[in-house]
Design a binder for this molecule. Structure first.
Ligand SMILES: Cc1cc2nc3c(=O)[nH]c(=O)nc-3n(C[C@H](O)[C@H](O)[C@H](O)COP(=O)(O)O)c2cc1C
Length: 225
């Protein structure tokens, strides 16, 4: 695919084939993604790639604890509930996903099932857990660096026919991920990226999210027109 095609056809994937992802392909994806820029080329990232039993344990325990009412325990500071425009956009994508999945607004069972899928990282065969060096906390610049790496992973995967969804839901309990994957204390767990071959029959995979027009968020200064 050329760059335009990769960028514009990509969308989050939330339904995966069981087919395993070869380690060599994951290596290539990370090899592409690490060309991302980082502040002063500090490359403050670590990628922990989980599959098989460790990933099963993470999803099982994350799902069990969260559905039993445990509080999220993220390493990074989280905002509260989205409000205003942000909330509108959140609701808009949720509506689109629920519509294609046939989940009615008042269908509590199906809505809960969707939330549990999220806690299980949508049963993807691989999860890439992204972390940064704790010495850089409070960390706004290294968060930026990890975002660049993360989008690099997402695009490099899509270019190879693999789907991803960046997800906070799958690591609501960072302590569980840390314990299972043996992530050292001197790293801060930022997010994870579920990865696998897309199940083309899964309706949510066809959803295309909206973007606001450039005129809503871009200003040109000094262009003289
Ligand atoms: C930091 C971050 C966290 C996200 N967490 C979740 C999540 O927990 N569950 C989920 O279904 N999608 C999650 N997403 C995916 C977004 O919902 C998705 O990127 C957005 O709706 C735009 O859709 P698109 O990726 O298909 O273009 C997350 C994305 C980012 C960047």
């Amino acid at each position: 695919m050329d760059h335009q095609e990769v960028v514009h056809s990509r969308r989050s994937v939330r339904g995966f084939k069981k087919q395993p992802v070869p380690r060599a392909v994951i290596e290539e994806i990370i090899g592409d993604a690490k060309r991302a820029p980082s502040s002063m080329n500090t490359q403050p990232w670590h990628v922990h790639v989980l599959t098989g039993e460790p990933l099963e344990e993470v999803r099982r325990r994350n799902m069990t604890e969260m559905s039993a009412g445990a509080k999220p325990k993220r390493d990074i500071v989280s905002h509260g509930e989205y409000q205003g425009l942000h909330r509108m956009r959140q609701v808009d994508i949720a509506k689109k996903l629920f519509a294609v999945m046939g989940i009615a607004r008042d269908d509590k069972v199906m809505r809960q099932d969707w939330v549990l899928r999220g806690f299980r990282q949508f049963d993807a065969p691989v999860s890439l857990v992204l972390a940064y060096d704790r010495v850089l906390d409070p960390g706004a610049v290294c968060h930026f660096d990890l975002g660049a790496l993360c989008y690099g992973i997402v695009l490099a995967a899509w270019d190879r026919g693999l789907g991803t969804v960046v997800n906070g839901q799958g690591i609501m309990r960072s302590d569980i991920v840390r314990e299972v994957a043996k992530i050292p204390e001197d790293q801060v767990i930022m997010t994870c990226v579920a990865l696998g071959y897309p199940d083309d029959e899964f309706p949510a995979n066809g959803v295309r999210s909206d973007r606001q027009p450039n005129s809503e968020f871009v200003r040109y200064v000094g262009f003289g027109d």
